[in-house]
Ligand binder design. Structure first.
Ligand code: UT7
Length: 367
């Protein structure tokens, strides 16, 4: 059975930064409260022309470059996002088109902030089953578009950004070792965007009632998160036959420093073993784990041979954890530049749209 290795990684965040002091000018809050109660100092916020697909594509090109993989070699793209651009088409298909990933299947996976763990596991399982060789997993968000900037309970928390991993089949042991995924839909109403789906389609009254914004029972989510982070980590370790002492780094979902602290206490581990960057990005939902990992890899903290646990929780309610042995890119001959495919992807997309347009005209004439 092949192993599923993480061989490429990349991240992208919007340039625009919103500090706690900036927020204090629009809602009744202050820097000291936000830092003490959440650990957040600032977050990146997308401009009007930045979307989950554009941020996801930036992160994906970087990941492909590290892995030395062409977009045309990707078999499967999973985009996990809590802020999809449309109900459909899937954001994964927009990414597929912009990358020029001509042979890839593409779909979105919605498990809120646990999405990246679910998606990595799904991609790894597809590789391990032998049905595909190369997968791209993207976690990408512009959740700022769903924030009520008058609600100080939520607007201080979230930020925008994207992270992407390339996964490849290899005969060498390592890569994704185990994963656990959980859900409890009875808690779905504690964190939701109530309107805009088929239960409450957009109407004047849903807009007036602010139902297209994130609504959250912060305390309830906090309690749930502190319960599940340590237990999910332990379960994933048991599934891989590992002990916590064998783990070099834990990469938690970056939602609140106090939740990460509670997980550390639950596992009886010092905070130094946790990768934390919430201070500079806030909660970027599905992108928070890959962004934290990419930074840690680029700083040289995560090294080949390190055993890791990724652990998260989110709306749904969902939670899960995944263990992996870090190996890095598979050595390969030659050096490809996936960014050169950017132009190819655009051109191909344009030509396909033009062909579709011409076919439409011809078909109409035939009727
Ligand atoms: O990916 C999953 C996403 N969600 C989460 O992870 C959320 C989990 N929950 C949390 O992180 C925390 O519950 C929050 C950060 C949202 C809130 O922190 P808290 O310590 O639970 O605060 P609280 O709601 O208990 O409020 C404490 C006090 C209240 O004042 P009083 O009633 O004690 O006078 C709030 O009104 O702090 C007040 N408060 C604020 N003050 C300044 C609440 N939000 C703010 C604020 N600035 N932004």
């Amino acid at each position: 059975m092949p192993y599923a290795h993480i061989t490429g990684w990349g991240m992208a965040v919007p340039e625009g930064v919103l500090t706690n002091d900036d927020l204090a000018k629009i809602v009744d809050t202050n820097d000291a409260w936000i830092r003490e109660r959440t650990g957040i100092r600032e977050r990146h916020i997308a401009k009007e022309n930045e979307f989950p697909s554009t941020l996801g594509v930036e992160a994906a090109f970087k990941a492909l470059k590290v892995a030395n993989v062409r977009p045309t070699e990707i078999d499967l793209i999973i985009c996990t996002t809590s802020s999809p651009e449309y109900l459909f088409p899937a954001t994964a298909c927009l990414i597929q088109d912009q990358l020029g990933a001509t042979k890839a299947g593409a779909f979105d996976l919605l498990a809120a902030c646990t999405g990246f763990i679910y998606a990595l596991n799904m991609a790894a399982q597809a590789i391990r089953s032998g049905s595909i060789k190369t997968a791209l997993v993207v976690g990408s968000e512009t959740l700022s578009r769903f924030i009520d900037w008058k609600d100080r309970g939520t607007c201080i928390l979230f930020g925008d950004g994207a992270g992407a991993f390339v996964l490849q089949a290899s005969d060498q042991p390592g890569g994704v070792l185990s994963a656990v995924m959980h859900s409890d839909g009875s808690g779905g109403d504690s964190l939701s965007i109530p309107a805009g789906g088929s239960r409450q389609p957009a109407t004047e009254s849903t807009v007036h009632a602010n139902k297209h914004y994130i609504q959250m029972d912060g305390k309830e989510v906090f309690r749930f998160a502190t319960r599940v982070m340590a237990s999910a980590t332990q379960e994933a370790l048991d599934a891989a036959g590992l002990t916590v002492d064998q783990i070099k780094w834990i990469i938690p979902h970056q939602a609140n420093i106090r939740i990460i602290d509670a997980a550390a206490r639950g596992l009886k581990l010092p905070m130094e073993r946790f990768i934390v960057n919430i201070d500079r990005y806030g909660n970027t939902s599905t992108a928070s784990i890959p962004i934290a990992m990419v930074e840690a890899i680029e700083k040289g903290q995560i090294k080949p041979g390190d055993k890791l646990v990724l652990v998260g929780f989110g709306a749904g309610l969902t939670w899960g954890a995944l263990t992996a042995e870090w190996t890095g890119p598979i050595p390969s001959k030659g050096h490809i530049r996936p960014e050169q495919y950017r132009l190819f992807g655009r051109l191909r997309s344009f030509v396909r749209r033009a062909i579709r347009f011409i076919e439409g005209l011809l078909y109409r004439r035939e009727l």
